[in-house]
Every structure is written in C-alpha cells, then in structure tokens.
Write a protein of this length. Structure first.
Length: 287
C-alpha cells in the first residue's frame, strides 16, 4: 500500500502556484494560513477503505425567488431522511439574488456562488446539482432530486474523507482544520479539494409563494454558502492517486467575525478531473 502524505510545505507550494493564475484566490474571503501552526500535533487518521457515498446537493436559490423556499424544504427533508449522508449547500446566485429595495437589501452572493452559477448550462432558480454528476454544467430540477440522490447513495465511493475542525483555545480566532483522504480506487488526473463555508440560522427576508404574506421578513436561511478557503474549484491535492494512497492536509485559518462559529460548517468537497464529486463531508467541530 502506498501512502502519500501531503504536508504544509508541499501544500503551500501548490497553493502559491495556483494563486499566481487564479483571480478568485487573490483576495480570499477570510484570511487563511495554509501552514499548520497549532502547538498540538495534528490528529492522526487511519486509512478508511470502506464507507458510504456522501451526496452534495447544491440548491441554487435567491431571496427574490418565490418558488425557492419549497425547493429548499425538499432538500432539507431529504437530508433529514439520510442523516450525515446528504450535504445541502444553498447557493444564492443569479438575477433574483440581486440587491433590491428593502427588505431585500442584503447581498448574499459571493465570488464562489457567482462562479458556480456561471458553470451552469441552464441558469434559473430553483435548480440544483447532485454530486455534479455529468460535470459542473449539468443541472437537476427539484422534482428529480430524490431520484438522483437515491442513485448516488447506491454507489461505492472512490475516495473517503475524514476530518475535524478544532478552535484553538489559546489563540483567539485561530481555527485548525484537518482533512484526511483515502483513495479506494486509482483515479486518473488531478483531484481537487474545495473547503466551503456554509452557515445556518441566518435571519433575512425571503419571497415565498407558499407563505401568507409572501414576503417573509424573518425567514430562516440554512446551509448558506458564505465563501471558501480554497476558491470555488479547490486546490489540487493529488494527481493520479493510486488505490490505497492517503493524503492528510492540516491548515490554520483565522475565523471571520462575519459568521457565527456555532452556526457554521466547513464542507469538504473532493472532485475529479471532470469536476464530479468523488465524496464530500461536513467536518465536525471539536472543542
């Protein structure tokens, strides 16, 4: 069994190479120190050669889209039916996400949400992607989400993710992020890891055609994409990995006051050279 462990120096070199050719990463949403600077040794993870396929369900939504809340509730119900396996990401993008008159005067878009929107072959709200099957341009209408997700859950994953997010008790604002990848099959080409921040319990206005009145000024937005630590497509973490090989990535980041730590998640999304999701995972917070 071949073990390839990517440590901070290698990751930093990779990141700097990507920074030179990617405008998205020139001004990151929050400061990210790629090299790990925690005093404690990073946690050790054993190779994980089996486990379920996780599903990334991307819900392209907008605060002026009156049909979007019903799609969001559909996604939420699916996630509740499959705890820990379906990871919903609410992506605010498109013309209906534009800033308008109050109460729709908050811009919930960001460079990542706009980049994902630009990838879509059909740009409309609500629409979705399920593990980006078929490539990032392929979309799935909400009424087909259940069937597509059910199909994904039957697959044997080509890679497995583990990880943890550990706030530093001694350095205010420092959060240590650890991600471990085990490849159960050989994969051709570049493999990328995107680290996406999403937040729950955001109270803001939403148009909802199923509500009365239709303008809900204190709508609860969950799973909202707020930005990333890696750019929308992620950083290259492996090229032509072999079956049984592993990669561990250890980061330190400075948490932004814009987001409530207890309401936020870091979603790790591993993709292949075609942009399809190999696996994904909400990384657990550890005190």
């Amino acid at each position: 069994m071949t073990h390839s462990v990517l440590r901070p120096a290698t990751l930093l070199a990779t990141a700097l190479l990507l920074l030179g050719g990617c405008d998205v990463l020139d001004d990151p949403v929050i400061p990210l120190t790629i090299n790990y600077r925690g005093e404690a040794e990073p946690p050790a993870f054993d190779a994980q050669l089996d486990g379920p396929q996780h599903v990334l369900l991307e819900d392209f939504t907008a605060h002026l889209c009156g049909n979007c809340p019903s799609a969001g509730r559909r996604a939420e119900n699916m996630a509740e039916d499959h705890p820990g396996l379906i990871h919903v990401l609410a992506i605010h993008a498109g013309s209906l996400a534009a800033v308008n008159e109050a109460p729709f005067d908050i811009d919930w878009t960001n460079p990542e949400s706009n980049a994902y929107w630009d990838q879509l072959a059909n740009q409309l709200n609500p629409i979705g992607r399920v593990n980006r099957r078929g490539g990032p341009a392929e979309v799935v209408i909400p009424t087909n989400w259940n069937a597509q997700v059910a199909q994904e859950l039957t697959l044997i994953p080509q890679a497995h993710l583990q990880g943890a997010v550990i706030p530093d008790a001694s350095v205010a604002g420092d959060v240590h992020l650890h991600t471990h990848i085990t490849f159960s099959e050989a994969i051709a080409g570049e493999v990328r890891l995107a680290l996406l921040i999403n937040e729950n319990n955001i109270i803001a206005a939403q148009l909802d055609y199923q509500a009365d009145p239709e303008v809900v000024e204190e709508f609860v937005h969950n799973h909202m994409l707020r930005g990333s630590l890696s750019g929308p497509d992620g950083l290259v973490v492996a090229t032509d990995p072999t079956a049984g090989s592993t990669v561990q990535l250890d980061y330190t980041l400075v948490w932004s006051d814009e987001w409530v730590l207890d309401n936020s998640h870091i979603l790790a999304v591993l993709t292949n050279a075609q942009g399809e999701v190999l696996n994904c995972l909400d990384l657990p917070w550890t005190e």
